[in-house]
Design a protein around this ligand. Structure first.
Ligand SMILES: *[C@@H]1O[C@H](CO)[C@@H](O)[C@H](O)[C@H]1NC(C)=O
Ligand SMILES: *[C@@H]1O[C@H](CO)[C@@H](O)[C@H](O)[C@H]1NC(C)=O
Ligand SMILES: *[C@@H]1O[C@H](CO)[C@@H](O)[C@H](O)[C@H]1NC(C)=O
Ligand SMILES: *[C@@H]1O[C@H](CO)[C@@H](O)[C@H](O)[C@H]1NC(C)=O
Length: 595
């Protein structure tokens, strides 16, 4: 028996009516396996589900956990086809192989981690009608992950993708642009806004908004032509009496009345509007497209429209005064709606609600809500012994996502015993908005989903923490939402130290990254599965580097894409801390090596 990492150690808790004595387990992997058979034919995952022991925490709740390392027996998830244990001739194969080579041979996940360190860069796929995911190709659809050679060896601070234009911030803070939306003639990523130490960016329909390290916000048109003909800022230069004109035209977006030490710390853009969050928890909004002024309430300023706007630049920021007093800590935007999360775990929504993306209870006459409204998340937990707190918000297109830490509390009449599990946290993921393409991730194809629904396969997951000897919830590390599809990176199930210490020195000790799942619209193959069907339940995709996989095709373990978590590695002779990140854009997807 080889001992590469078996199926991810993800277990699911199932609440059953208390009269039921049988305590059963559903594991999301069952579903994923089924799903993978339908859509990934050749990349069948060899799932093994571990055997569980019942801890019996809480009335009617069965908590299952297990770990290969704790010596529990392994079971196979589904009967046919019973995956054979590794049958390649081990003695021949492993003889003469270094420990590291052996790790590559026995583990696809180990190989993926190594490749991501040795050869950083960008994989992209989906619609190529704007020459974004494969700039040097005339194919209109890129069906599976493919490298953009320009980025080979490069680390990036950020990347945002529209089907017609791409933008990235290099490791030293310069903006790169490519795609037909930038220029039909220039086929290679090109540096545009440079020398500003940009840290992150957002894209509207036709502009790029980038945040400099000092909190300055730059807004520039996507198109090279517009950049050339627009007004150029005069930049002060270090050479006395000499100032140079910027190569591209840009505007500076500057919130007024900033407090001492207050600066913009985060930005997020829809198609026409921008949210700007300051390090003091204040929220501003502005117009972010030069084509259209936001008109669906997404700026969160009641009554504000093109005709009622105050004098001054059309894209001046407005403080969302109704949120004063709430310390905002995170923001997210869909095409025409906005989400804000405060430090206490309360979320506010405003803007377009035509698909139910604001996740509010039935109320209003108008589909556009221009005053930030509190998301009544506790209603989703009424009748349970759980007290919810929103831990993250994400949005894209016409959808919203919330992750929640739900803490087990005692109900008034409850008899509290040590077995009650008070204080235990369950991590859940909720979604609302448009479901016709499967973007809700709930298995449903509802057109309009106004009340948030739980994504079962991303909720109530636990793992056994060997060090702490306890069961811990598995949260999401990151959720990237494109205009119709989404991807979630799971937190806390990685190992990247094989071979670095005596305890990890066995040739059988292999690295593994974090699991990544994908779902939603697949009209342009943006899910990277090589097939076009829309997907309503999160599922795996095959490893990005299919060539490397084929080289090692004899391996009989699960082949699924995993992402390499942050780690200090040597790139081109330098020690850098890097991680792979998923970016779901507008009908396109990418994975890049981020600093
Ligand atoms: C690694 O696994 C192989 C196959 O199960 C086994 O034969 C070998 O003894 C193991 N090596 C070590 C060092 O544990
Ligand atoms: C948002 O849309 C949903 C779905 O149509 C609807 O149930 C809800 O009432 C709307 N919310 C508001 C505040 O209008
Ligand atoms: C998961 O994360 C927690 C907190 O960051 C840590 O204490 C724990 O050891 C991790 N568990 C595993 C299995 O890596
Ligand atoms: C995905 O959904 C869209 C919109 O409903 C539909 O037009 C398309 O046919 C679907 N794709 C497949 C393969 O079913």
């Amino acid at each position: 028996m080889h001992s590469t990492r078996p199926a991810p150690r993800i277990f699911k808790e199932v609440y059953r009516a208390s009269h039921q004595s049988a305590k059963t387990l559903t594991c999301p992997l069952h579903r994923r396996r089924h799903y993978s058979q339908n859509s990934l034919n050749d990349h069948l995952f060899n799932y093994r589900v571990l055997v569980y022991s019942v801890l019996g925490l809480g009335a009617g709740a069965a908590l299952f956990h297990g770990s290969r390392r704790l010596g529990f027996t392994e079971l196979h998830a589904e009967a046919p086809p019973a995956p054979a244990e590794i049958t390649f001739e081990k003695p021949k194969k492993t003889k003469g192989l270094s420990k590291e080579e052996n790790r590559d041979v026995i583990s696809s996940q180990h190989l993926q981690v190594r490749k991501s360190w040795e050869n950083p860069g960008v994989y992209a796929w989906g619609s190529n009608s704007g020459r974004v995911v494969a700039p040097d190709s005339d194919e209109t659809l890129i069906k599976q992950p493919r490298r953009i050679p320009y980025f080979d060896g490069m680390l990036l601070r950020d990347m945002k993708l529209d089907r017609n234009f791409g933008a990235a911030i290099t490791e030293n803070g310069d903006l790169l642009q490519w795609g037909d939306g930038y220029s039909k003639e220039v086929r290679e990523p090109t540096a545009t806004l440079t020398g500003k130490d940009l840290t992150l960016m957002a894209i509207s329909r036709d502009r790029i908004i980038a945040l400099g390290s000092g909190g300055k916000v730059y807004s520039l048109p996507v198109s090279q032509e517009d950049q050339a003909k627009g007004a150029k800022a005069t930049e002060s230069s270090w050479i006395p009496f000499w100032s140079s004109k910027s190569k591209v035209s840009y505007r500076v977006i500057e919130p007024k009345d900033m407090a001492w030490g207050e600066k913009v710390s985060s930005i997020s853009s829809g198609l026409e509007h921008l949210l700007l969050l300051t390090n003091k928890g204040r929220l501003f909004s502005s117009a972010s497209s030069s084509e259209r002024f936001p008109s669906r309430g997404e700026m969160g300023i009641p009554g504000l429209s093109w005709t009622t706007r105050p004098p001054g630049p059309y894209d001046q920021p407005h403080e969302i005064a109704t949120l004063r007093g709430f310390e905002i800590s995170a923001i997210a935007t869909g095409n025409h709606h906005s989400l804000a999360l405060d430090k206490e775990g309360r979320a506010f929504a405003f803007g377009d609600n035509t698909s139910g993306q604001l996740g509010l209870e039935p109320s209003s006459e108008s589909p556009f809500i221009d005053a930030p409204s509190l998301l009544p998340i506790s209603r989703l937990y009424s009748g349970t012994n759980l007290s919810p707190r929103i831990t993250s918000i994400s949005a894209g297109g016409t959808n919203s996502f919330f992750t929640v830490d739900a803490t087990r509390v005692a109900s008034p009449k409850e008899e509290v015993t040590p077995r009650t599990g008070l204080g235990r946290i369950t991590a859940d993921t909720w979604s609302c908005g448009q479901g016709i393409l499967g973007t809700l991730g709930t298995g449903r194809w509802t057109h309009v989903q106004g009340t948030p629904t739980k994504i079962k396969s991303l909720s109530g997951l636990f793992e056994w923490d060997e060090d702490a000897n306890t069961v811990i919830p598995i949260r999401l590390k990151r959720l990237s939402v494109g205009s119709t599809h989404a991807s979630a990176t799971m937190d806390n199930v990685t190992h990247v130290r094989a071979g670095t210490s005596p305890s990890t020195n066995s040739p059988n000790d292999t690295n593994w990254g974090a699991d990544v799942v994908w779902w939603g619209g697949n009209e342009y193959y943006q899910l990277g599965m090589g097939k076009r069907n829309n997907v309503s339940v999160p599922g795996y995709i095959a490893p990005l580097d299919s060539v490397a996989e084929k080289e090692r095709a004899k391996r009989k373990e699960e082949h699924r894409f995993q992402i390499t978590p942050r780690h200090v590695v040597s790139v081109g002779g330098r020690r850098v801390s890097m991680e792979q990140r998923v970016e779901c854009g507008r009908m396109v997807s990418a994975v890049y090596s981020g600093v």
